[in-house]
Design a binder for this molecule. Structure first.
Ligand code: ADP
Ligand code: GN1
Ligand code: MG
Length: 368
């Protein structure tokens, strides 16, 4: 963590929050922003908030990102108008206004900060425990997309251009191998060979999108398992988090990243890739939850590519981690040397495991 946590008391004063600042501690395991759980005291009662220090190199202009989040959460709140306000506030993120009347503290010294109401009695998981959790997570992400299918607010900005342009991700990997600024490529012969052999995979969804066979929708684009809250008491999917990348995209990007993050039985950065054996029971639950959540809006051709999307998003993420390892770990936060190398190897092992079990997994996709 950077020195950002030390700024929390000053940042607290900039938001419209009742009571006095009590404490802040690092929270969650995201790789991009810095997230803190902030406690305030109001009338003798502790209240919690999520404060996030936005990553300035990845979101150099945070204003369109925040506008997207406002538009999306406004729309979701309208769609959930039938719920009580207490229930709605557990199902949609609530941004805390700043004293200047916006939703972002944009400070030359402290950087860019936002604050959310903390949703109590809920959990996220880095590693899945049961297939039922996969079903609930996929149902929540699918429902999120379904609720946004009639979004009619101001156009959403593409906050991170080419985010899932897998061909460009492949090219960036090749460029990093060729540049090899830290001399790390010599330790990665196996991974480089794996990537080269899988180049055709990088073109699959991009080509289907270009041909018009697969439609663009408003998608989340970062559907990893720890970006959805499950109710701690009931286990039900509650609230979709991490809305920085909500923008036009493919449903299969969302489904594929769920496969990547939920079907892997070990940690994303597991140093032993031989332990990565994709879970079929979890894949089956993801398919059922996502098809239900999206209210059967997926086209037959999208359903036919559900498994491929898992392979593709695992490949894409592996390319991204390895590109970052080669380039000196400038994008994904690391906590130890070679962590991005381990993350990349784990993703490639998942691609291989999904390929090896392809026929078994395809049985879990209902025939259209
Ligand atoms: P990052 O960009 O760092 O991944 P996230 O928005 O995903 O940040 O938040 C990190 C973690 O903080 C989540 O995985 C979740 O556990 C927790 N979290 C985020 N927002 C909330 C919230 N409003 N209420 C409860 N927990 C939250
Ligand atoms: C990042 O922000 P976080 O940790 O939820 C990344 C995703 C990757 C993921 C891999 C904006 O997600 O694209 O799939 O790490 N987010 C961004 O764990 O790049
Ligand atoms: Mg996150």
């Amino acid at each position: 963590m950077s020195e950002a946590i030390g700024f929390a008391p000053q940042i607290f004063q900039r938001f419209v929050i009742d009571g006095t600042y009590h404490s802040a501690r690092p929270y969650g395991s995201g790789h991009i922003n810095e997230t803190f759980l902030v406690t305030a005291q109001a009338d003798g009662v502790a209240r919690h908030y999520i404060f996030q220090h936005l990553n300035a190199s990845i979101f150099p202009d945070p204003h369109p990102v925040m506008r997207n989040i406002q538009h999306v959460t406004d729309h979701l709140r309208k769609k959930l108008a039938h719920l009580s306000s207490g229930e709605r506030d557990r199902r949609v993120l609530t941004l805390i206004p700043t004293r200047e009347g916006g939703v972002l503290v944009d400070d030359p010294l402290f950087g860019n900060w936002r604050a959310y109401r903390f949703i109590e009695d809920a959990q996220t998981f880095d590693i899945l425990e049961t297939p039922q959790q996969a079903f609930e997570a996929a149902l929540a992400f699918g429902t999120f997309q379904h609720l946004l299918s009639d979004y009619d607010g101001p156009p959403l900005v593409e906050t991170t251009p080419d985010f899932h342009h897998t061909v460009r991700r492949f090219q960036a990997f090749q460029a990093a191998v060729n540049a090899d600024p830290l001399g790390r490529a010599c330790t990665m012969a196996v991974e480089i060979d794996f990537a080269l052999r899988h180049e055709p995979l990088a073109h699959t969804l991009i080509d289907l999108k270009a041909s018009g066979a697969i439609p663009e929708r408003i998608t989340h684009n970062d559907t990893k398992l720890n970006n959805v809250l499950l109710d701690a008491k009931t286990g039900q999917g509650l609230c979709v988090l991490d809305l920085d990348t909500v923008m036009p995209g493919l449903s299969l990007y969302d489904f594929g990243d769920m496969v990547r993050s939920a079907c892997n039985p070990v940690a994303e950065d597991c140093p032993d890739p031989s332990r990565v054996i994709a879970r079929g029971d979890v894949f089956e639950a993801l398919v059922a939850g996502y098809l239900k959540g999206t209210a059967d809006a997926l086209r037959p051709i999208e359903k036919d590519h559900l498994l491929l999307s898992g392979q593709l998003l695992s490949f894409e993420c592996g390319l991204r981690f390895l590109t970052d390892h080669l380039s000196g770990d400038t994008y994904f936060r690391i906590h130890r040397p070679s962590q991005n190398l381990d993350r990349g190897r784990t993703q490639f092992a998942l691609v291989a495991s999904l390929e090896a079990q392809c026929n078994d997994f395809l049985r879990f996709i209902p025939r259209s």
